[in-house]
Design a protein around this ligand. Sequence first.
Ligand SMILES: [Zn+2]
Length: 291
Amino acid sequence: MLIDIHAHIGRIRPHPDATLDVDDLIRIMDAWGIDRACVLALGDHANPHYRDNDSECVLAACRKFPERLVPFGLVVPAMSSDQPMDYRRKLAELKSRGCRGVGEFLPDMPFDAPACLEVYQVAGELGLPVLFDLHDVAGEYGLRDAPGLPGLEYAVQHCPETSFIGHGPSFWAEISGDVTPDRRAGYPYPDGPITPGGAVPRLLSTYPNLWADLSAGSGYHALTRDPSAALDFVRTFQYRLLFGTDSCRRYSVEPVSPIRELLRHWREHGLLDDAICSNVESANAARLLGL
Ligand SMILES: [Zn+2]
């Protein structure tokens, strides 16, 4: 069984390849051996590159393949306190219509901005995990946090009922203790040995409500920059790691899932035993989402 915690439909980036509809997504899942996928909403944000993937589009797509697709819905936090938002009503409505989580949560705001904290709090009360993108570049998409992730730590501490699912370049850079400010925001991804003292292992050890999504280039690079340390990381946090792809292009454009191949390689070469692989590939997601 393979459950993808992080899939998309619609248009994600400005170039035409970065578009897929729900039938394209099912074709990718079939080709990659993925049984079920969480489809994350994006288009509720103001970013003009996101199209055909707001919460309504996601719900409609998942209704077409209810055995395969699990919808996540989105609320956009208010940029100022002059715009009071009823997050509870909106998230309760999305939950009543089948959404199992909040995401992809990626406003261009500090991780611990008051409006974001309110969203996390309400999501936790409703039993909806929050999958977030941490991408430390002001003016783009993604939540921002300082080195060492103090904003994330504040949120997981103050919203203990909320399950947070970490994703994105500035999250995965912090798997290592030696991350530098100029290597936290994505390309080129940090490389070289994973040194002790990283914020991600420290927070995963300390807070049981933090989970981590292995999807995208950021997750893949974190697990391949230092294979021996990465295997230790996966063994240590085997109950909190979630397989994911973040694929947003058609199978014809993206015929291989690097993270899928990496897990397959580790399993086939006996580097990870079957039980650990099963936790990462499906059991953790099933437990977290009640699937
Ligand atoms: Zn994504």
